[in-house]
Ligand binder design. Structure first.
Ligand code: F6P
Ligand code: MG
Length: 443
């Protein structure tokens, strides 16, 4: 417990005026309202598919969600989950843990508890609203938005697939330096792909129309921690040390569907095609999560969309990727832990099977802002605290976060670096304009 006491405080809605406060007050209720609207809009579809039973289920789900929104907006205590889904007991144990935290903030509630906890809890309750109400229990309220993001990024997807297929034509002839350059490019596309819902290139609104590769040079100054060289050394050394028995394995802990997912798949394909890795394991979400996160359905849907696209290089990508899955050199997994409220420092205890699985990897790539928050516990770290320290003993394997900053927590900066940006750009931690490629060797 002594180590816990030494950690900085959690971000929380109790800090008025903070980004957490603003999110809980405005953004989360907006998301709930949109979810309710989505259900309303699908009423006819539910009727056509399931008759009256579908409409009744929709009404029950909406009333559950309206109640949830009211609890949130009036800062009610967080209540135990009453469903019987497989993770309910773990959530309720976590609520007890929050109750017993002796931080003097009383009963856990929407604004008083850690932001990470209540935000995750909201998505879990949205899931319960549907899952408890058959026959609409498999309806993903965020599906439309994810598909829309994919279709709106068509031009960027085409540009990226075309670039990549051209690259594959002569990948065997590339020397080490050229391979390194290509890896760095695709890492950056995957990093900036995390802007997803935001504009894609710095300062431009409708950048999905332009090639995602064009503006990379200009965006280098926005990468606050750039450990790409370390990733390269790790991968090249792993390749050199490789024997027949020990495959080089890279894991990608996915974030958003849409363009970001395509950028991650291209990166994964590059790792195999360049022989920097022999297998890639993807980790997605087992329930709809944080609006745009990738579920198994989104993952398969995206590959199918590419396959059947009316564009030669897009469909070539889709066909190859389906092949990778069939051959088993790509593996898709989901684990309940990724949609629990726990930060990753408790993975070894809460999900020892997942931790043991990650330990088999040569490199873990964590995509996105929420994964960064969970890596570092969503706390008010001093900017200069080493990333290794902020990971708070989460070291299953060498890992790297590819994240654009959309929440106000950041570790591992150089002295003065954060303060300097803050002076000219107060929104730097939440506007998605800055990013990190931040590595930890797990030593
Ligand atoms: O914009 C803030 C936010 O909703 C955070 O709650 C969360 O950390 C993030 O966006 C989700 O971003 P990402 O998809 O990169 O994890
Ligand atoms: Mg996300």
């Amino acid at each position: 417990m002594a180590a816990v006491a030494a950690l900085p405080v959690s971000l929380s809605g109790r800090f008025k005026g903070s980004f957490a406060y603003f999110t809980i007050k405005d953004r989360l209720p907006q998301i709930l309202t949109r979810v309710i609207d989505t259900l309303h809009r699908h009423k006819n579809e539910f009727f056509e598919e399931h008759g009256e039973k579908g409409v009744e289920a929709e009404k029950r789900a909406i009333s559950f969600l309206s109640k949830l929104r009211n609890e949130l907006q009036t800062d009610k205590p967080v209540t135990p989950l009453e469903d019987e889904l497989p993770d309910a007991a773990l959530w309720n144990q976590y609520l007890d843990y929050q109750r017993n935290l002796s931080n003097g903030n009383g009963e856990p509630s929407w604004f008083q508890s850690p932001w990470l906890y209540v935000e995750c809890y909201m998505y879990r309750r949205i899931h319960a609203a549907l899952a408890q109400n058959p026959p609409i229990d498999n309806f993903d309220v965020f599906k439309e938005g994810k598909a829309q993001n994919f279709f709106e990024s068509q031009e960027a997807v085409i540009a990226l697939c075309t670039y990549f297929q051209e690259l594959l034509k002569n990948i065997k002839d590339l020397d080490e330096k050229q391979l390194q350059e290509e890896l760095f490019k695709l890492l950056q596309v995957s990093l900036w792909g995390n802007k997803c819902d935001l504009s894609f290139s710095a300062g431009e609104d409708s950048s999905q129309k332009s090639s995602p590769l064009q503006s990379l040079e200009n965006m280098i100054p926005y990468i606050l921690v750039n450990d790409m060289e370390k990733l390269w050394s790790l991968l090249v050394n792993a390749k050199k040390r490789k024997t027949e028995k020990n495959n080089v394995r890279v894991d990608i802990i996915l974030d958003n569907a849409g363009f970001e997912l395509v950028s991650d798949l291209v990166l994964a394909d590059f790792l195999l095609s360049s022989k920097l890795a022999d297998e890639v394991h993807f980790h997605g979400k087992s329930i709809p999560w944080y609006v745009s996160d990738t579920t198994k359905h989104d993952f398969n849907w995206t590959i199918k969309q590419l396959q059947s696209a009316n564009h030669m290089w897009m469909s070539r990508c889709g066909i190859n990727w389906e092949g990778n899955l069939k051959k088993g050199v790509w593996v898709y997994r989901d684990h309940m832990f990724w949609t629990l409220p726990h930060d990753f420092s408790s993975m070894a205890e809460v999900a020892p099977d997942l931790y043991a699985d990650l330990q088999k990897s040569n490199l873990l790539l964590f995509k996105g802002d929420l994964n960064y928050r969970k890596l570092t516990g969503d706390r008010k770290w001093e900017y200069t605290v080493p990333f290794h320290q902020a990971l708070n003993k989460f070291h299953p394997a060498p890992l790297c976060s590819l994240r654009t900053l959309k929440s106000d927590t950041q570790a591992g900066l150089k002295p003065g670096q954060g303060e300097q940006i803050q002076a000219s750009e107060p929104e730097w931690m939440v506007n998605g304009k800055y990013g990190v490629v931040q590595f930890d060797a797990a030593l």
